[in-house]
Design a binder for this molecule. Structure first.
Ligand SMILES: Cc1ncc(COP(=O)(O)O)c(C=O)c1O
Length: 358
């Protein structure tokens, strides 16, 4: 018999995938545009492909167990000591391990909403006692977070799905006054060009979690890292599964760090498109646009709830997948999250939008 808590956990919803939409609507899979998972539309550069292909010759062997070269690369990228870094199979695995090494049953955990749904799944798995605090549009107020004595506080900046940053002042206040550990999920930090990572110099109850899935275009390879609180980082290194990142993934992630210029110009292209999309979407009377510092935009459709399915299907029929976040804790009314993609993809999105509302 599985543990009781498993029966009450709502599984993480990964959204819809191109294979499924292609099959459902008879569209060639290559023509389906996924704007659902905040992936980077630009694959890594050719230099990274070469590393990937060369790695094939060693896939019969285990990777080096400590991922020293990857950690050195990350340490240089973030400007901090490699002793403070743990690497994992995506940011997801680090979030899971942070819960595993810090939480006992019934420990209080604070999760502001609307937010990333994985935090609750992982905290529940540890039998933690979760306090959700609603902040409309995720405008975090440190005092409200601090009302709850927490062992672990999950913050996300820029936040998924609202797209906004948490002001430094609020993060500092929380770090200064809580006795717990503060996790700041910065999976999308590069799209905002702002980070709270400098706070690690002053506060050792902070852990920053980051991902190679978004800015570095490696969602398919699964690499992430955590930086900060030495006790947690040490504990993660102790309990993580041996060889938790594949040989190819570790090598390719390291190679991506040598191509920063490429990723920065792809990022600038995405930001340009984000600004254009925000402007264009704001022109529709039926839509409220949440200002974004990330590579996605959250919109609210000001229509009756029965419009939700029609809206979603209008896009899927044209081979465009959006993330329907209607009903997410902390959001009221019809909401969709849209990944900012290449100009031609975004134009197709706007085309469907015009046909639907005009
Ligand atoms: C806020 C946030 N944190 C973490 C993750 C997980 O990232 P990874 O692909 O590195 O596991 C995601 C993925 O979408 C995310 O949106």
């Amino acid at each position: 018999m599985v543990r009781g808590v498993i029966h009450i956990i709502n599984p993480y919803d990964p959204g819809k995938f191109p294979e499924d939409i292609a099959k459902k609507y008879g569209i060639p899979e290559a023509e389906v545009i996924s704007l659902s998972s905040n992936e980077n539309p630009y694959p890594p550069p050719e230099s990274v492909r070469k590393t990937y292909e060369a790695a094939y010759d060693k896939i019969n062997l285990y990777p080096h167990p400590y991922y020293q070269e990857l950690k050195e690369g990350i340490a240089e990228y973030v400007g901090l000591d490699e002793e403070l870094i743990a690497v994992g199979n995506g940011a997801s695995e680090l979030l899971k391990m942070i819960c595993e090494v810090n939480l006992e049953a019934f420990d209080p955990v604070t999760i502001p909403i609307p937010g990333y749904t994985l935090y609750a799944v992982l905290a529940m798995l540890m039998d933690a006692s979760i306090k959700f605090i609603e902040f409309p549009e995720y405008k975090i107020n440190g005092d409200d977070i601090l009302k709850n004595d927490s062992k672990l506080i999950f913050l996300c900046s820029p936040n998924n799905p609202t797209g906004n940053l948490i002001p430094g002042k609020e993060v500092k206040k929380i770090l200064k006054e809580t006795e717990g550990i503060v996790v700041v999920d910065e999976a999308y930090t590069e799209f905002s060009k702002k980070s709270h990572i400098h706070l690690l110099k002053k506060y050792d109850n902070l852990i920053i979690v980051r991902s190679f899935s978004k800015f570095f275009s490696l969602a398919g390879l699964r690499v992430g890292y955590a930086v900060g609180n030495p006790e947690t980082i040490g504990a993660i290194e102790k309990i993580r599964l041996p060889f938790n990142i594949s040989y190819i993934s570790a090598l390719v992630a390291r190679a991506c760090l040598d191509s920063l210029d490429y990723f920065e110009s792809a990022r600038d292209e995405i930001i340009k498109e984000r600004n254009r999309l925000e402007k264009e979407l704001s022109k529709f009377e039926e839509i409220d646009v949440y200002p974004s510092d990330s590579n996605f935009i959250l919109i609210k459709i000001k229509k009756e709830r029965d419009f939700e399915t029609k809206f979603q299907e209008s896009f899927e029929r044209k081979g465009i997948i959006l993330r329907n976040v209607t009903g997410l804790l902390g959001l009221e009314g019809i909401h969709f999250r849209i990944t900012v993609s290449r100009k031609d993809h975004n134009d197709k999105l706007l085309d469907v939008m015009h046909k639907l509302f005009e």
